[in-house]
Design a protein around this ligand. Structure first.
Ligand SMILES: NC(=O)CC[C@H](N)C(=O)O
Length: 226
């Protein structure tokens, strides 16, 4: 069986092509999903990719959460489908209530584009089982609104439940609470992160191939359920 991973395209999405390519390199079939179409085409997992959905008007991710496709993603996620939100996708998942907290303007108010070391804090999510806990990986970060914020009580809950999945290693680039670069849902099936694993799939085009681990992990999770 081949895992079928859907990749959503909204108006303003930038990274759907690379996300689909990363899924294919890892061995999945990549399936195009359109924001205006509620049909998930029977996919086994969904990636909400990076970019500027609907121009990031109002607030990053605030309009995308109303897209017909997101209603279906919320329903499928409720049944345990693995969902990954990358950068703008992470912002969309927070706005849609699939992940807690929000992404605010970077401390310093500058857009940041650089290769970033991350520490893998949890390898028990559907998207991170292929990593060693404590491993450090190098993947690109490119965002203006990457500062993770949440009420203190929620931050303590995320930490206590092991739902902080990635932290920034070295200096914190954007002022994110607890150095958070990525978090998961309580069941570990939904993960959102600001840096871009789909741009780190081979040394020729990215800083490493460290990003592939997320896609291999999701394929494992899908096949384990098949
Ligand atoms: N690379 C991206 O997905 C950018 C996300 C978002 N528009 C931001 O600047 O924070």
């Amino acid at each position: 069986m081949t895992a079928r991973i859907g990749v959503i395209t909204f108006p303003g999405t930038l990274d759907d092509v690379d996300a689909a390519r990363a899924a294919r390199i890892a061995g999945a079939e990549a399936v195009e999903l359109w924001h205006g179409d509620a049909d998930l085409k029977g996919v086994d997992a969904v990636i909400v990719p990076g970019g500027f959905s609907y121009g990031d008007y109002l607030r990053a991710g605030a309009i995308a959460k109303f897209a017909p496709v997101m209603g279906s993603v919320i329903e499928a996620a409720g049944k345990g489908m693995p969902v990954l939100g990358i950068c703008n996708g992470f912002q969309v998942l927070c706005e849609a209530g699939l992940l807690p907290g929000a992404l605010a303007r970077n401390e310093g108010l500058h857009f940041i584009c650089r290769d970033q070391w991350l520490r893998v804090e949890s390898n028990t999510t559907a998207w991170t089982t292929r990593f060693e806990r404590g491993a450090e990986i190098l993947i690109p970060l490119k965002s203006g609104e990457g500062r993770y914020v949440a009420p203190q009580r929620k931050l303590e809950e995320l930490e206590g439940e092991g739902r902080i999945v990635f932290t920034y290693a070295g200096d914190n680039p954007n002022g994110s609470a607890l150095d958070i670069a990525g978090i998961s849902s309580a069941d570990g099936r939904i993960v959102g992160l600001m840096p871009h694993p789909e741009h780190a799939t081979e040394a020729l085009t990215g800083p490493s191939d460290d990003g592939l681990g997320l896609f291999y992990s999701a394929i494992d999770a899908v096949l384990a359920n098949a």
